[in-house]
Design a protein around this ligand. Structure first.
Ligand code: S3P
Length: 425
């Protein structure tokens, strides 16, 4: 188990165009190649463990993948039955989206993952997919992987989801593309919309009206994507918090997707007092640009709306809350309990180790800003918990245990971090 010691940072000027490429868009660009005729071209694909697993799965499903180290091309002749288990590693996105993609494919497929993923709830996708005729099963009556899928024909649906989850929405949209008639999907709050944007860009019949998405079944294969994956705002956000909590610091984060469903945490940090600017530089499939953050004294905030727009950034935002004046509150965030770890417990436990006052609720927590103290904290195998507490260490020093998980989403995290502080691994 690897451990890192991070030392307090002095005021820094950080600028990078090398923030890890977006995980959500990378997964999708590999998977959607299976729906296209011709060559999918992907530049700046995230070479993290999660997305490389998706790429290998696409290959096991029969696609021809070429990778020159910079550009990945994928050509598919349709989904083939694989002769091995499809390993999603730590990735809930991988597993849930593949359920939707494979539910209608000809063949038998088994999806499995690591010990953390195989404990996470899958009924949210297997349930509605079974309701439209998919043959899916798994442990605990289809709620836990390994999952087995026998692809077959799917009925059209009009489904209202209880949770605002892009993974559930995407799985159902992928299923709908091969259903027997037009389908519609409603969600309680808009979740990230990369699937809709990318599939529409490929020519799929997808219309979004408020919280309702209607999907026409595919009559023919779609046009292949030709995409440069933007930087991941969820990864960039660690450096935004770093700049926000270190007096005199600035971070310029280049080439990040500015998709409104992804940058709510930056907006929250701005409401807390950080000085933030956004510059649009490109707009293909997604708005893309540079975000600049400058340190300023932070004040407490309450977060209770549009939770899915910042769900992945809440652990890092909690570090900013610990450095702010007053008590910040996070509510309506019960989804945090079923992420790579139970992020309510792991954030609360670790902040308490750092001498910060925290109250835990079923659906969130309250953090009273104070002086972060150096501590030894565990990642619980969760990349975002590991990186959040490493960033906390920029204020006071920190030892974080079990850091290999960072490779799932941000393989060059330490390379970038070492430009702003001393790190011992
Ligand atoms: C993701 C959706 C979110 C997010 C996850 C990536 C995606 O999960 O937390 O990191 O790529 O669709 P939910 O759909 O479960 O909210």
């Amino acid at each position: 188990m690897k451990t890192v010691t991070v030392y307090p940072a002095q005021s820094f000027q950080f600028q990078s165009s090398a923030i890890a490429p977006d995980k959500s868009i990378s997964h999708r660009s590999a998977m959607f190649a299976m729906l296209a005729e011709g060559k999918t071209v992907i530049k700046n694909f995230l070479r993290g463990e999660d997305t490389m697993n998706s790429l290998r799965i696409v290959e096991k499903l029969g696609a021809k993948v070429e990778d020159d180290g910079k550009i990945i091309t994928i050509e598919s002749d349709g989904i083939m039955e694989p002769d091995a288990v499809l390993d999603c590693g730590n990735s809930g996105t991988g597993m849930r989206l593949f359920c939707g993609l494979l539910a209608s494919a000809d063949g038998h497929f088994v999806l499995s993952g690591d010990a953390y993923l195989n404990r996470r709830p899958m009924k949210r996708v297997t349930g509605p997919l079974r309701d439209i005729g998919a043959q899916l099963d798994g442990r605990n009556n289809g709620d836990m992987a390994p999952l087995s899928i026998r692809g077959g024909s799917l009925k059209a649906f009009d489904y209202s989801s209880r949770i605002a989850s892009a993974q559930v929405k995407s799985a159902m949209i992928l299923a709908a593309l091969n259903a027997d008639a037009p389908c519609s999907y409603r969600e309680p709050e808009l979740s990230r919309d990369h699937t809709e944007r990318m599939l529409k860009g490929m020519g799929a019949g997808i219309e979004v009206d408020g919280l309702t998405t209607t999907i026409q079944p595919m009559k023919e294969l779609l046009s292949p994507l030709d995409i440069r994956v933007p930087a991941d705002p969820s990864s960039a956000f660690f450096f935004a918090v770093a700049a926000a909590i270190v007096p005199g610091a600035t971070a310029v984060l280049e080439g990040v997707t500015l998709n409104p469903t992804r940058i709510e945490a930056f907006k929250a940090l701005q409401r807390m007092g950080a000085d933030m600017t956004y510059d649009l530089t490109d707009d293909k499939y997604e708005p893309i640009g540079n975000i600049t953050i400058k340190h300023a004294p932070l004040k407490a905030i309450t977060i209770e709306d549009n939770i899915s727009w910042l769900i992945d950034e809440l652990p890092a935002l909690s570090i900013a809350m610990a450095c702010a004046e007053g008590t910040s509150v996070i509510k309506n965030a019960e989804e945090l309990r079923v992420k790579e770890s139970d992020r309510i417990s792991t954030v609360v436990e670790n902040l308490r180790h750092c001498a910060i006052e925290v109250d835990e609720f079923e659906d969130g927590y309250a953090v009273t800003g104070g002086e972060l103290m150096p501590a030894v904290v565990e990642s619980h195998g969760d990349h975002r918990i590991a990186m959040s507490f490493i960033i906390a260490g920029l204020r006071c020093g920190m030892k974080v245990e079990d850091i290999d998980c960072i490779n799932t989403s941000f393989p060059n995290f330490f390379e970038l971090l070492e430009s702003i502080t001393k790190v011992e691994r």
